[in-house]
Design a protein around this ligand. Structure first.
Ligand SMILES: [Zn+2]
Length: 127
C-alpha cells in the first residue's frame, strides 16, 4: 500500500485505438501511461503511443481498482465474451438478449464482473 497518496483514474488507449482501452489509477497522467505499458494489451507499445484521458467519475474505485462493468457499458464500452472471446458485446447486445453480465471476477483487470454471450451462457446453464 502506498499510504495516503491520492490516486486518480485515467483511461489509457493507444493512439490508433487498436489494442483497446484500460483504466488505471495513478498520481499523474505520465505515471498512468508508464504503468499501462506493463499491461499485456499494450505489449510492444511505446510510451508515446499511448493516450490518456482523465476519468474523475472512477476516482472512487481507486482502492479496489475495479469499475463495475455496468458503468463502463453505460459509457459505450464493449467487451469480449469471457468464454469464446466473441467481441463487440455492449449494452445493445445485453438489451437484445445476445449477452449477459455475470458476476465472475476471475480476470485480473480493472473490471468488476464480466460478459458472456448467449450461446456460452446456454452451455454454462446446461452443465
Ligand atoms: Zn461466448
Amino acid at each position: 500500500m502506498m499510504g495516503k497518496e491520492k490516486l486518480k483514474a485515467y483511461t489509457v488507449c493507444d493512439k490508433w485505438n487498436d489494442a483497446g482501452s484500460i483504466i488505471v489509477w495513478a498520481e499523474s497522467s505520465g505515471k498512468a501511461k508508464s504503468q499501462s505499458l506493463y499491461n499485456d494489451i499494450f505489449d510492444g507499445y511505446e510510451f508515446t503511443d499511448l493516450r490518456v484521458c482523465r476519468e474523475p467519475d472512477f476516482d472512487k474505485y481507486a482502492e479496489s481498482k475495479k469499475v463495475p462493468i455496468q458503468e463502463l457499458l453505460d459509457r459505450c464500452w464493449w467487451f469480449c465474451c469471457c468464454e469464446c472471446l466473441k467481441d463487440h458485446l455492449g449494452q445493445d447486445s445485453i438489451d437484445n438478449g445476445d449477452a449477459f453480465i455475470i458476476e465472475r471476477d476471475e480476470r485480473d483487470d480493472f473490471v468488476l464482473g464480466t460478459i458472456i454471450c448467449a450461446d456460452c451462457k446456454k452451455k454454462e446453464d446446461n452443465k
